[in-house]
Design a protein around this ligand. Structure first.
Ligand code: UFG
Length: 342
């Protein structure tokens, strides 16, 4: 298939491009470099020996996107492009609503006008809101999200559902990610958040390389195994593989398909610290701090649907993810620092 990947130079996007090329798909990338770097395409080339065509372009610009659709005629779209920082979305809600909703509408309108009938959408477990019932199945109700970023995922899921209702031959996979971590084992691709990391693993990576002094553990009084928050951490390459499997499902004409992508296993913050130390041999200094607003005690996926309907299984462990994340951070530390100081 010819697959248009929006946000294809980003963290999850770039790993998915690798898996798509390895599976024999032809890839075209659109990315506006808001949260990514142009040399990612050279790194993709180094890993798979193919340099996909890249349009440095904002997906919100529907006229430009339309030109790309007309020229490239993709069979499918994987839509990653979007803002993703929970905290920033609370500070700048309009920026998040405008960008994330506009980009999804542009993609869908261009798909409709160009008879492109297969869409994979990068959704999130955030759409389940606060829920006590673990593991979280796809039948758990979609709730109001606790922040504007999550709210855009809820809204885009609804928009896609409505499009599917009136277009019976349109196929869409809503993939609800749990917590993506890790990096490509080559050390060439990984997560490089702008500014101080919000997420656990990018933060631990910087403690490990000495860029940050210690990890703040947000709360140790949750009703969990050791009092710290429990999440379902999935290696980004496993997540990427899930997209390739979802495309196969779409190719067979599945209509609307909703699926969790996680490992099914919960890991606490302190368990993650131990795993990281074991995988890398580096000691992670931490301090216990009060709970972070908006956090839930635990969240992990029911994985039977992904297994039964996609044949999805994880290839990597949390230890692999810690090791690969650390290798990427070490290999790119100087470069990342220079970029940030510029
Ligand atoms: N945590 C710390 N210290 C840190 C960062 C995180 O203790 O410096 C803890 C959190 O309190 C939580 C766990 O580590 O218990 C995971 O936190 P993350 O910020 O890494 O991930 P979240 O589960 O909060 O958020 C993720 C994605 C969001 C998505 C959300 C719900 O980052 O995009 O899952 O699916 F919305």
């Amino acid at each position: 298939m010819k697959v248009l990947v929006t946000g294809g130079l980003g963290f999850i996007g770039s790993h998915t491009v690798i898996k798509l090329i390895e599976a024999g798909h032809q890839v075209v990338i659109i990315d506006n470099l808001f949260n990514s770097k142009p040399d990612v395409v050279d790194r993709i080339d180094k890993i798979v020996g193919v340099k996909p065509k890249v349009f440095i372009q904002d997906v919100c610009d529907k006229d430009k996107l339309m030109e790309i659709f007309k020229a490239e005629k993709p069979d499918a779209v994987i839509h990653f492009a979007g803002y993703k920082a929970v905290g920033e979305s609370c500070q700048k809600p309009l920026m998040y609503y405008r960008n994330n909703i506009d980009s999804a509408l542009s993609v869908l309108e261009c798909m409709m006008e160009n008879e492109c009938k297969n869409l994979v959408f990068s959704s999130s477990a955030t759409i389940y809101g606060e829920t006590d019932k673990m593991p979280i199945t796809e039948l758990s109700p979609r709730k109001e999200a606790t922040n504007p970023y999550g709210q855009t995922k809820v809204m885009i899921e609804r928009i896609i559902e409505d499009v599917c209702k009136v277009n019976p031959d349109f196929n869409a996979a809503l993939l609800r990610y749990f917590n993506p971590i890790g990096a490509h084992p080559s050390g060439l691709l990984g997560e490089d958040p702008n500014g101080l990391p919000n997420n656990l693993l990018p933060y631990i990576n910087k403690v490990a390389t000495g860029e940050l002094d210690h990890l703040n553990v947000f709360g140790n009084d949750y009703p969990t195994v050791d009092g710290t928050g429990v999440r379902d951490y999935i290696h980004v390459l496993d997540l990427a593989k899930g997209h390739v499997l979802a495309l196969k499902k779409l190719e067979n004409g599945c209509g609307l398909f909703v699926c969790n992508l996680g490992t099914g296993k919960g890991t606490s913050v302190l368990e993650m610290v131990s795993a990281y130390e074991k995988a890398t041999g580096v000691k992670i200094k931490y301090e216990i701090k009060p709970r972070r607003a908006g956090d839930v005690a635990e969240s992990y996926a029911a994985t039977n649907k992904a297994k039964e309907e996609l044949g999805f299984e994880c290839d990597y462990t949390i230890l692999d993810a810690c090791k690969h994340g650390y290798e990427f951070q070490k290999a790119n530390k100087v470069e990342l620092k220079c970029t940030k100081n510029n």
